[in-house]
Design a protein around this ligand. Structure first.
Ligand SMILES: *[C@@H]1O[C@H](CO)[C@@H](O)[C@H](O)[C@H]1NC(C)=O
Ligand SMILES: *[C@@H]1O[C@H](CO)[C@@H](O)[C@H](O)[C@H]1NC(C)=O
Ligand SMILES: *[C@@H]1O[C@H](CO)[C@@H](O)[C@H](O)[C@H]1NC(C)=O
Ligand SMILES: *[C@@H]1O[C@H](CO)[C@@H](O)[C@H](O)[C@H]1NC(C)=O
Ligand SMILES: *[C@@H]1O[C@H](CO)[C@@H](O)[C@H](O)[C@H]1NC(C)=O
Ligand SMILES: *[C@@H]1O[C@H](CO)[C@@H](O)[C@H](O)[C@H]1NC(C)=O
Ligand SMILES: *[C@@H]1O[C@H](CO)[C@@H](O)[C@H](O)[C@H]1NC(C)=O
Ligand SMILES: *[C@@H]1O[C@H](CO)[C@@H](O)[C@H](O)[C@H]1NC(C)=O
Ligand SMILES: *[C@@H]1O[C@H](CO)[C@@H](O)[C@H](O)[C@H]1NC(C)=O
Ligand SMILES: *[C@@H]1O[C@H](CO)[C@@H](O)[C@H](O)[C@H]1NC(C)=O
Ligand SMILES: *[C@@H]1O[C@H](CO)[C@@H](O)[C@H](O)[C@H]1NC(C)=O
Ligand SMILES: *[C@@H]1O[C@H](CO)[C@@H](O)[C@H](O)[C@H]1NC(C)=O
Length: 371
């Protein structure tokens, strides 16, 4: 059982010996893993390099250092066509420019007029007489497409009525000279703040931030962020649409009475409470004004009219109610100016009914706390 393990140990030793002898990295390049690029546009590759073994080569900024980009594999000798850019030459396969200051080990490079055939992996090499080295372990994958990727919308926290939220829209800017322009479509007025920002891998993005205060009327309304990329004389557009999910307390609370019409002393009626809320109301509490005690928590409440309840005056709600309680009042005896259309309908239905109009009832919806 110990034999295979020993074998692996010996192979491991042998391989690390080989690496130490032949394969030391003469150059360490830093660049993003991948870049999504638009046809016809440019691509900026953020790039920096280090020379790990300073004994072999003390970087001398007064010696002109050239940068070379090779596609597919570091073995360019067999495929010279894979050398697509050499900063010591003026006629390169790719139109480009090393915009970074090579003396400061900045090899940031821009390629112009990108076509789909540029989709490939690329490696970096320096050529500084007499030191020449390629980093075989680091490459950037460039993916060229005709259409830009959708921008990304992110929302800070819960979207709740009357609570300000911040919306971010971010779109990649692989060609920072021609960044996309971001615009919003929102169901309200807003002032966006746009900025070009650097990502952790040194690539660039355009970020647009809007602050807005949602109301329950914005629930299930769509919001859109549109990115317009200028490419030569045309624009290429990508967008992200998202439906708002606004949490809101019960609204349009109303109660209806069944059966409609005259109610006899000694008979019972069902009161049905309805209300819209997000999340929906799960707990309805009916208060019998005379007793003051909640009777049940279903949307239907049954009330039986007897001699004692007839003629009672409704109470005002207690002042120390917890925040989660939201009132919708139906007062059949004392009608208020702020009544809902449904309440007015009920009132019209019961008008002139002596027994009913003397009975005070209050319908209340309670929003439960989220678990
Ligand atoms: C850098 O190279 C220049 C020109 O070859 C030479 O004069 C200078 O001494 C070098 N500097 C260092 C620090 O090696
Ligand atoms: C880059 O160009 C220089 C001079 O033209 C040449 O010496 C060097 O070999 C080229 N590098 C590659 C990798 O082709
Ligand atoms: C290359 O970039 C440098 C630095 O940004 C700039 O000065 C130079 O004009 C550019 N060359 C070309 C051919 O675009
Ligand atoms: C490298 O050069 C580019 C300009 O081409 C610049 O935007 C970037 O900030 C430079 N990077 C560093 C680390 O200085
Ligand atoms: C590049 O960096 C070197 C050393 O820091 C500096 O002397 C030189 O002026 C820089 N070149 C440009 C074009 O900024
Ligand atoms: C891109 O190509 C077009 C024609 O194909 C040319 O007019 C334009 O100058 C090129 N742009 C750059 C930055 O080289
Ligand atoms: C929006 O962007 C800002 C600035 O980068 C950041 O501080 C904030 O966390 C972002 N918010 C969201 C929801 O992503
Ligand atoms: C909101 O967006 C979705 C998908 O993005 C779409 O199906 C729906 O029709 C849109 N609704 C409205 C009211 O525009
Ligand atoms: C491209 O979009 C910009 C706004 O982002 C606009 O001003 C310009 O007119 C558009 N150009 C074309 C050709 O549609
Ligand atoms: C009241 O509701 C109960 C339970 O839902 C039902 O059985 C009863 O028939 C209803 N009565 C009237 C008068 O609507
Ligand atoms: C919308 O928000 C409510 C309350 O936070 C939640 O219960 C519901 O699942 C959400 N709906 C969707 C489609 O995300
Ligand atoms: C409904 O609300 C009442 C009053 O706040 C409470 O006593 C009861 O436990 C609640 N029931 C449910 C199922 O949440």
């Amino acid at each position: 059982m110990a034999c295979p393990e020993n074998m692996f140990f010996l192979i491991g030793l042998f391989m690390s010996g080989v690496l130490a002898f032949f394969g030391e990295r003469g150059l360490i390049a830093t660049m993003p893993d991948r870049l999504d690029v638009l046809t016809g546009s440019c691509v900026q590759i953020p790039c920096a390099f280090e020379i790990p073994n300073q004994k072999d080569y003390t970087f001398n900024s007064t010696i002109l250092t050239f940068g070379v980009w090779i596609k597919e594999s570091p073995q360019f000798a067999q495929s010279p066509n894979n050398v697509i850019f050499n900063s010591s030459k003026t006629d390169n396969r790719y139109q480009g420019n090393i915009t970074g200051n090579m003396s400061q080990k900045n090899c940031t490079t821009v390629f112009f007029n990108v076509t789909t055939s540029y989709s490939d992996k690329y490696l970096f090499r320096i050529d500084s007489q007499p030191y020449r080295a390629t980093d075989p372990d680091k490459s950037v994958n460039i993916d060229v497409r005709d259409l830009p990727p959708s921008p990304i919308i992110t929302v800070s926290g819960e979207v709740k009525e009357e609570t300000p939220v911040s919306l971010n829209c971010s779109a990649v800017a692989p060609c920072p000279e021609h960044p996309p322009e971001l615009t919003w479509t929102l169901p309200t007025q807003f002032t966006p703040e746009n900025q070009l920002q650097e990502n952790p891998d040194q690539t660039k993005s355009v970020l647009s931030i809007v602050n807005f205060t949602p109301s329950y009327l914005h629930h299930e309304k769509n919001i859109t962020c549109t990115a317009v990329y200028p490419v030569g004389t045309i624009n290429k557009t990508a967008e992200h649409t998202m439906m708002l999910n606004v949490s809101f307390s019960p609204k349009d609370t109303s109660a209806s009475i069944s059966p409609a019409g005259p109610v006899l002393v000694g008979s019972c009626v069902n009161l049905t409470c309805s209300s819209t809320a997000n999340p929906p109301v799960t707990n309805f509490t009916w208060f019998n004004i005379s007793g003051g005690k909640p009777t049940q928590n279903s949307p239907v409440g049954t009330v039986c009219v007897n001699q004692t309840t007839a003629g009672e005056k409704p109470e005002e709600p207690a002042e120390d109610q917890p925040e989660e309680i939201h009132y919708g009042d139906i007062d059949f005896s004392k009608l208020r100016p702020k009544e809902t259309p449904a309440a007015a309908q009920d009132r019209n239905r019961v008008q002139g009914q002596e027994t009913q109009s003397k009975t005070g009832l209050r319908a209340q919806t309670i929003k439960t706390n989220d678990p």
